[in-house]
Structure formats: C-alpha cells, structure tokens
Write a protein that binds this ligand. Structure first.
Ligand SMILES: Cc1cc2nc3c(=O)[nH]c(=O)nc-3n(C[C@H](O)[C@H](O)[C@H](O)COP(=O)(O)OP(=O)(O)OC[C@H]3O[C@@H](n4cnc5c(N)ncnc54)[C@H](O)[C@@H]3O)c2cc1C
Length: 341
C-alpha cells in the first residue's frame, strides 16, 4: 500500500492500516515534516479518532489556550467580541504539532520517503521522481487540496474557489497580545491577528475577495502585489503589516478552495482528506474531516477483502458528513466576502 502525503490524513491512515497488518509506504514531496505556520482545531468525532490514535491527551496538552477575539472596524475601533470557540474550537494546536505526533506514532511501523513524488500511476504500477518504480496493491492520495494523485488519476482538478485568497506570515508581537486574536474587517478585506503558543510572535492572515485562484501558483512577488492592492489606503496596523509581509521568511499564500469530485476512487486508487473532499479553511472542519476520513477508510479496507467494495462503502458513509462541512465552508466564505453590516 502506498500513501502520497505525510501531513494529517496520510499518517493517520497509515497508523490504522499498519495496525491492521498492512505494509505501508508514505511518500511526501517535502524534504522534511512541514511547518505550515497556522493553527488547526478539532471538532466532534475527531476527538474519538485522536483517542484511537492514542494522542488525545497529548494534543489537549498542546492547546494554544486562546481566549477570544476582538472585532475591529476598518478604522481599528472595537465593535465586538467573539468567544474562543469561533476560531479555536475546544482544542486548537499548531498544525506542525499534530503532524509531528502522527509521524512519531507511525515511524516504527511505516516506511516514510521524503523529498519524492509520484509521476505516474498505472493500475498499481507507480513511477516516482526519485525512487525506482514499484507495484502496489492500493495507492491512496492524501496529498492535499492540489493533490498530485487526483490530477494524475482523476483528470479533472475538482477545485472550486470560494472567492477568498490571502497571505499568512508572522511578525514580532508588538501589540502585546496574549492568547488573544484581533479580527479587522472592511468590505472585501479581512485581517486576523493572534498570539497563541509563542508570546513573542504574532500570526497574521490577510484575506481579500478575489476571483483569481490561480494566484496560488504565481510567484511570491505577484501574490504580495495582490495583497498590497487589496489593502491599499487603509490605516490602523495595515501599513506595518504590509511592511512585515515583505520581509517575512514564513510567507505563504492560500486560496479558499473546496474539492468536489464525482468519485473518490478509481480502480486501485482512492483519495482521503483534502485531496478528495476539502471543505475549505472557512469550514473549520478540514482536520477533523481528514482524521475521520482516514479512520473510516482504514476500517472498511481492513474489514473487507475487496477494495472496490470498501471504497464504495467509504464514499457512501462519508459523503453526507462531507456535504455538511462543505456547506459550512461555503456559507462562511460567503459571509466573509459580503460587506460587513
Ligand atoms: C490557512 C489555513 C488555516 C486552516 N485552519 C484550519 C482550522 O482552523 N481547522 C481545521 O480543521 N482545518 C484548518 N485548515 C485546513 C486543514 O489544514 C486541512 O483541512 C488539513 O490539513 C487536511 O489534511 P490533509 O492531510 O488532507 O492535507 P494537507 O494537510 O494539505 O497535507 C497534504 C500533504 O501532501 C503533501 N504533498 C503535496 N503534494 C504532494 C506530492 N506531489 N507528493 C507527495 N506529497 C505531496 C504536502 O506536502 C502535505 O504534507 C486550514 C488550512 C489553511 C490553509
């Protein structure tokens, strides 16, 4: 069994399948475990999956202890307060910590190959950029919203852009925030600032409405230019944030996208997590969905000799949950792109 992607869905699936006796290899394009720089939270049945993985207590211990978010208008004046749950749910941790723990609990029973990527898949015969070609009984794409496996095997990219893109980076905590967030909003532009685990740093997201999702694949200079254009002329902290963006060494740019494909499997290949059914960051459900998807797929594969039956059951079982999450993601994106009341 080959899994592409070593973030959340991939290692979680690897854990459950290795426990069921599968021989699992995980190939990850990055040269080492990634630090995406943002926090992720958990909701609903995801806690049961964390418990099954044996990491629930450790995850709870890593909570960012966020206390809430102050809402500001475009002048920086306070207009409201949001409770912790809105951005941080019951438990929120830096994403790198979840990835690190998932790797730790699987490293002795799963073969990880970093710095490589699949170049072709033909009925279980897989070619790679670096490793020699090999044959696998099953190949699972857990390689995120821009999934390589989805592109290679499913043809259509299935991406639906929700009209929102943005830059993320960090800077010194000159505002002195302590486990708190600030949400600044104007029509078509939004900034979320917080200081969570590291009291010395502010984590910033600067989002704006756009119908150009292809910005994700453009050079950083173009992405920065789009952010500058969206936030031009504003006061408050915006000029300072734009200056900090220019020198940030952890700059990233993301578009708010969902993945909607007709089927999550083809032959011996299936998709799990964002690769198959990303609900968009605005849903707040992506990590929970990746964990629940991984456990569901592993359970069904382990309980059935015929992978085609397991794949069909996986999709039947999970589609309603994914549809709900995608609706949450779509509705929140719509509310964020609307003019504030
Ligand atoms: C800014 C932002 C904030 C978010 N906030 C939240 C939140 O608060 N709560 C929440 O639940 N979710 C949140 N999410 C979403 C969440 O991060 C994802 O839903 C979740 O990480 C999905 O996990 P995954 O394993 O399916 O995919 P990913 O975490 O995207 O992992 C995909 C992995 O595949 C690897 N990969 C990519 N291409 C290849 C290739 N060709 N070959 C091999 N490997 C490859 C990548 O390097 C990566 O390691 C947020 C996302 C973003 C962008």
């Amino acid at each position: 069994m080959l899994i592409s992607g070593a973030s959340v869905a991939g290692p979680a699936l690897a854990y459950f399948l290795a426990a069921a006796g599968y021989d699992v290899t995980v190939v990850e394009r990055a040269r080492e475990l990634r630090d995406n720089g943002y926090n992720i939270d958990f909701r609903g049945d995801a806690f049961a999956v964390l418990a099954d993985l044996g990491i629930e207590d450790r995850i709870r211990g890593l909570d960012t202890r966020m206390r809430g978010t102050t809402v500001l208008d475009e002048t920086g004046a306070k207009v409201g307060e949001l409770p912790r749950e809105v951005f941080s749910s019951d438990v929120e941790v830096p994403k790198r910590e979840l990835t690190r723990l998932l790797h730790e609990i699987t490293a002795d029973r799963v073969r990880y190959v970093f710095g490589d990527s699949i170049t072709s898949i033909e009925d279980g015969h897989v070619e790679f950029e670096c490793m020699p070609a090999a044959d696998y009984d099953l190949v699972i794409g857990a390689d995120g919203v821009y999934s390589n496996v989805r592109r290679l095997v499913f043809g259509a990219d299935g991406l639906v852009h929700l009209g929102l893109s943005g830059a993320g980076f960090s800077l010194p905590n000159h505002l002195g925030l302590e486990h708190r967030g600030l949400l600044w909003r104007d029509s078509g532009a939004m900034v979320y600032l917080c200081s969570a685990n590291d009291p010395e740093r502010l984590t910033v997201g600067m989002s704006f409405t756009t119908d150009s999702p292809e910005l994700d694949r453009r050079p950083r200079a173009e992405q920065e230019a789009a952010v500058r254009a969206a936030f031009a002329g504003y006061g408050w902290e915006i000029p300072r944030l734009l200056d900090a963006m220019a020198t940030a060494d952890d700059f990233r740019f993301d578009s708010t996208c969902q993945v909607r494909v007709d089927s999550w499997s083809r032959g011996r290949v299936a998709l799990v997590g964002d690769a198959g059914y990303c609900a968009a960051p605005t849903s707040g459900m992506g990590t929970s969905q990746a964990l629940i998807g991984a456990r569901t797929l592993a359970r069904l594969l382990a309980s059935c000799d015929d992978h085609a039956i397991a794949f069909a059951a996986y999709e039947r079982e999970l589609r309603p949950y994914v549809a709900e999450n995608q609706e949450i993601g779509r509705a929140h994106a719509q509310s964020l792109t609307a003019t504030p009341a």
